[in-house]
Ligand binder design. Structure first.
Ligand code: HEC
Length: 113
């Protein structure tokens, strides 16, 4: 009985701490990497090495600094892409909700940091 109560207090405390940290630290980067993992983008994309698709770094270099917009990149991810980077096309990533596409696109434009 006593242990259960302690456990639940610890759990609530952990939650409060997490929420607190979210307010102080920008959670943006971690959230978007988590999204890239959640939607298996990482199966074809790596941070700095070309695998099946271009690296996050190369995408950031090509479209960052105002050379592309998040909306444009999000659309390209959703519909798939071909012929821009090489012979291998990217299949449409239609399973990703628009809000997450937008977050991923902005994260890539910011250099995937
Ligand atoms: C099956 C492998 C594969 C998966 C899964 C994949 N990609 Fe790609 N991606 C590619 C390839 C290959 C290209 C290069 C396409 C081209 O040449 O136009 C690419 C290109 C891109 C580009 C550049 C598009 C452009 O217009 O230049 C972005 C951004 C991108 N991927 C993001 C993502 C994100 C985010 C996900 C996860 C939701 C994802 N990719 C999942 C293979 C993949």
């Amino acid at each position: 009985m006593k242990t259960e109560k302690t456990a639940s207090i610890t759990a609530s405390l952990a939650m409060v701490l997490c929420l607190g940290a979210g307010a102080v630290w920008p959670q943006h980067a971690a959230a978007s990497l988590a999204l890239a993992q959640k939607y298996s983008c990482v199966a074809c994309h790596q941070p700095a090495t070309k695998v099946v698709g271009p690296s996050w770094k190369d995408i950031g270099a090509k479209y960052g600094d105002g050379k592309g917009t998040a909306a444009q990149l999000a659309a390209s991810i959703k519909a798939g892409s071909s012929g821009k980077w090489g012979a291998m096309p990217m299949p449409p990533q239609a399973q990703v909700p628009d809000a997450d596409l937008q977050a991923l696109a902005q994260w890539l434009l910011d250099g995937a940091k």
